[in-house]
Design a protein around this ligand. Structure first.
Ligand SMILES: [Zn+2]
Ligand SMILES: [Zn+2]
Length: 432
């Protein structure tokens, strides 16, 4: 009997060290992801129907905490205001890997017509606004809960620790408030246990189950631009008696467009400089004293960012001078470039291929959107991946983008997202 036990332990050890075990682990994840898929869909619909704006994700956070506790994870609540962190300690010692989902919705009036469409409203910067999960963060919450369920079921096999980060306010906090990844990090989301690497997935309108990313710079760095101009108020009939602020705003827009298109090396790195709001005046026959414009700058290198900021500030001040006004451009709320660690990017292709065979593009195009996932990437090696979720009956051209009131996804791809998160975490901890 004793001899027989020794033999079978040796045989088991031999099996575990062969590729066959890796294959059976893959089959185990696939089976578990299939089993949890109806729950993932139910979580997605529940969160979708009850969206909450940044730093207001109280119901969502309570749901997440309840589910993680039910899985037997250690759960920290109230991290970075409404964030939740779950810690799953595997049966064997090893490294620490984090998976991140964001939980916030947007002030958008939902027009999808889905049976679980949002009817929610909330207060944002003093106004009552409609609320919708128009960026798909409802799916991120659901997929990460699904991944936590699969991984908790394999706890004994896991060599190391998986940290599940559910963060609030990815889209940015209200004016004057703080939140998002910055506050999660300040509140210790990457500490205790100390995270060695982090992965994140964002859903979008790409081909169903496509997984796209690229090494190094992926999403742009973003800076908020505010231009304030102080002029001289006058009658609309006597512009020469004051300063014509409409002309000032027009000249500023022309000058900024020329910076982005004509004064920088467009061949080396993309740059977007957008003016999105222009505010001045209350009446048709008063030329006002004040003009405020706002916009956003998107760049992929610190050098380009510094260059465009300097040129913008110089041009705006010079236009003000020309009119006899005082004009100033200020850049705030910097988000860094979302940086995919080069070595990890190379490595991550294999686990992603297991989740979505033949549909992984590791040289995706640059994205001029920005993500506060970038802040985690400044602390630990990180990879951020896009998951395509377009429904089969929606043509690629004109598919509603993230932030559209019509944004919706094919829920079948959530199973792929769950598998991708599980394989990234599991394989990272298993690698030598
Ligand atoms: Zn968004
Ligand atoms: Zn988003």
């Amino acid at each position: 009997m004793g001899v027989r036990v020794t033999v079978s332990v040796l045989a088991l050890a031999a099996v575990l060290s062969t590729p066959a075990f890796a294959a059976s682990n893959t089959a185990k994840v696939e089976a578990a992801a299939k089993v949890v898929q109806p729950k993932v869909v139910a979580w997605r619909r529940d969160v979708h129907e009850h969206p909450e704006l940044g730093n207001q994700e109280v119901r969502t956070a309570a749901l997440v905490a309840k589910e993680l506790k039910a899985l037997g994870l250690e759960v920290r609540e109230g991290v970075g205001k409404t964030g939740v962190v779950g810690v799953l300690k595997g049966g064997k010692p090893g490294k620490v890997v984090a998976l991140r989902a964001d939980m916030d919705a947007l002030p958008v009036l939902e027009k999808t017509g889905l049976p679980f469409a949002s009817k929610a409203t909330a207060t944002w910067e003093g106004k009552t606004v409609p609320v919708m999960h128009a960026c798909g963060h409802d799916t991120h919450v659901a997929m990460l809960l699904g991944a936590a369920t699969v991984l908790a079921g394999m706890k004994a096999d896991i060599a190391g620790t998986v940290v599940f980060i559910f963060q609030p306010a990815e889209e940015g906090p209200q004016a004057g408030d703080e939140g998002g990844a910055k506050l999660m990090i300040a509140d210790g989301a990457l500490d205790n246990p100390k995270v060695d690497a982090i992965f994140g997935v964002h859903i979008g309108p790409g081909d169903a189950n496509a997984m796209n990313y690229r090494p190094e710079g992926f999403y742009a760095g973003a800076d908020r631009l505010t231009i304030t101009v102080k002029g001289k108020q006058t009658h609309g009939a006597r512009p020469w008696a004051g300063i014509d602020m409409a002309s000032v705003s027009a000249d500023i827009i022309q000058a900024l467009n020329q910076i982005a298109a004509r004064q920088i090396d467009v061949g080396t790195s993309p740059t977007v400089l957008t003016i999105a709001t222009i505010n001045m005046g209350v009446r048709n026959n008063i030329i006002p004293e004040d003009l405020v414009m706002s916009g956003t700058l998107r760049t992929f290198t610190p050098e380009r960012k510094a260059e465009v900021i300097a040129k913008t500030q110089k041009a705006v001040a010079a236009i003000g001078d020309r009119y006899g006004a005082k004009a100033e451009a200020v850049f705030t709320q910097p988000y860094p470039v979302t940086w995919n660690d080069a070595a990890l990017s190379k490595w991550v292709k294999a686990p992603l291929e297991k989740a979505s065979p033949g549909k992984v593009d590791d040289q995706a195009a640059l994205i001029t959107g920005a993500e506060d996932f970038s802040l985690y990437g400044q602390k630990v090696p990180a990879v951020f991946v896009q998951l395509g979720g377009r429904k089969a009956d929606v043509p690629a051209a004109g598919a509603p983008a993230n932030h559209s009131p019509y944004f919706d996804i094919d829920e079948a791809v959530l199973e792929t997202g769950v598998k991708a998160e599980v394989f990234m975490a599991l394989d990272y901890l298993a690698r030598k």
